[in-house]
Design a protein around this ligand. Structure first.
Ligand code: 4HU
Length: 446
């Protein structure tokens, strides 16, 4: 059997394979197609982003929740022809159960709210950051996983809930340097479609399916949209009028079409009024063509977009008042949004707003002689117990190597443990930015 070298061949030692006569295959060191590793520098950016997600959620008084990445497949089976359904990462487990890697977090939230039942008091304000999955043919080379930040309000039927959710996202954008000149929100209500379909006598049970078709309006040719709408049984005349209304760009024009008595206009007028009070009017605009691609939305829907139009939607959300009852839960209103971790990073790159996030360590501690390695451990422990970060040099290394490592990890101080000083209970300290050097008793080191 081909013997292999330990730790990638950096040492001279040859280590036999773990299992006798096992052929050692060099594994593919890349992560599975469509997935990402997060090496330290990537993880620093991810933590920076997630910390902003968490800080905004905390500022708004939301409680953090989490759910399994793996759910029963049935949780995501909806009949409306959604892309998220077509790309479900589902399989049969060893117990012959149909399961799926979650493509979104909202169904899990609904499941947990129903599970909690009367043991929780409404309204609930929950947030989560979770990895979501889709199985997309890699023809388009797109990702199969991303992390999504969700904030949801359960139990509030009023548009004040949607107004707060958009305020939270605006707060997030402002924290990372994104302005209303960079990003906006297209806002509409599915009640527009609902009122139109009623007007044309389209059965309610087609509502979700029609929304999913309309959501593809900018993704597939308009003739294909008309063909798909026609396949639901909607008349050609109704389709023409429907598409006409969806091109309306102002609330006043919409009111001319729908009349002023419907909920759609009332909700949207209230949302724009609240936006004024929350201080984010310049961030939002009415756009009747926004329907979002999830079947369960029932009211206000919104999506964050980059004004240059180079990127896909940054985030999106809306009201989903019927979701809990579809899972057998009580008739509890709900709304929320999802914010992915990938498009926002593309936007930050484009705006040159990516933060500089180097490694930072306060101290690098090094023994000057082999038999002082234990003493160096004592020094490291003393500093760490005071909350100081320490990179402890774990083997005998030349000082040149130590200084190079200190620079690489951006250490503020070098702490040297030498024989003479240690006999006196002291160590040598070198402040690396100034070159200042002094000796100090370990107990006085802070
Ligand atoms: O936004 C749709 C989606 C769902 C799961 C994973 C990825 Br990548 N994208």
């Amino acid at each position: 059997a081909a013997a292999t070298k330990s730790n990638g061949g950096r040492s001279g030692s040859i280590v036999a394979p773990l299992v006798e006569n096992e052929e050692v295959q060099k594994i593919d060191v890349n992560p599975p197609k469509g997935t990402r590793d997060f090496a330290p520098e990537d993880m620093r950016l991810r933590n920076w982003l997630f910390n902003h997600f968490k800080e905004v959620s905390r500022l708004f008084g939301y409680e953090e929740v989490d759910y399994p990445v793996l759910e029963t497949e049935a949780l995501f089976i909806r009949k409306a022809g959604e892309e998220i359904r077509d790309q479900l990462y589902c399989f049969e487990d060893r117990g012959n159960r149909r399961v799926a890697l979650r493509p979104e977090l909202t169904p899990s939230l609904a499941r947990l709210v129903i599970q909690k039942g009367k043991s929780v008091s409404l309204p609930l304000k929950w947030f989560a950051i979770g990895q979501c999955w889709r199985y997309e043919r890699m023809t388009r080379g797109r990702r199969r996983e991303h992390y999504q930040w969700n904030m949801d309000i359960i139990g509030v039927p009023h548009v004040t809930a949607e107004a707060e959710l958009i305020s939270a996202i605006v707060t997030f954008f402002k924290r990372i340097g994104i302005t209303a000149s960079d990003v906006g929100f297209k806002v509409s209500s599915r009640k527009v479609l609902q009122e139109l379909l009623r007007k044309y006598g389209v059965p309610e049970n087609l509502f979700g399916r029609v929304c999913i078709i309309i959501d593809k309006i900018e993704k597939i040719p308009i003739d294909e949209i008309k063909k798909e709408l026609g396949s639901t049984g909607i008349s050609e005349d109704a389709i023409e009028q429907l598409l006409q209304v969806l091109s309306v760009k102002s609330l006043d024009d919409l009111e001319d079409v729908l009349g002023g008595a419907g909920e759609a206009i009332a909700d949207l007028k209230q949302l724009f009024s609240l936006a004024e009070k929350f201080g984010y009017s310049e961030w939002i605009q009415f756009d009747a063509s926004v329907v979002r691609g999830l079947a369960y939305y029932t009211g206000i829907v919104f999506e964050g977009f980059d004004r240059k139009g180079n990127l896909r939607a940054i985030c999106g959300g809306g009201r989903y008042d019927r979701l809990l009852p579809t899972y057998g839960g009580d008739d509890i209103p709900a709304c929320g949004f999802g914010f992915g971790d990938a498009v926002i990073v593309e936007l930050l790159k484009e705006k040159n707003l990516l933060p500089e996030l180097g490694q930072e360590v306060e101290n690098i501690v090094c023994a000057l002689e082999k038999d002082l390695q234990g003493a160096a451990g004592t020094v490291a422990t003393a500093l760490r117990s005071k909350g100081q970060t320490v990179d402890l040099v774990l083997e005998s290394k030349p000082l040149k190597w130590v200084f190079k490592r200190a620079a690489r990890i951006n250490a503020r101080r070098l702490i040297l443990v030498g024989k003479t000083e240690w006999e006196d209970g002291s160590v040598s300290v070198k402040v690396l930015s100034t070159g200042e050097q002094f000796q100090v008793k370990l107990n006085d080191l802070e």
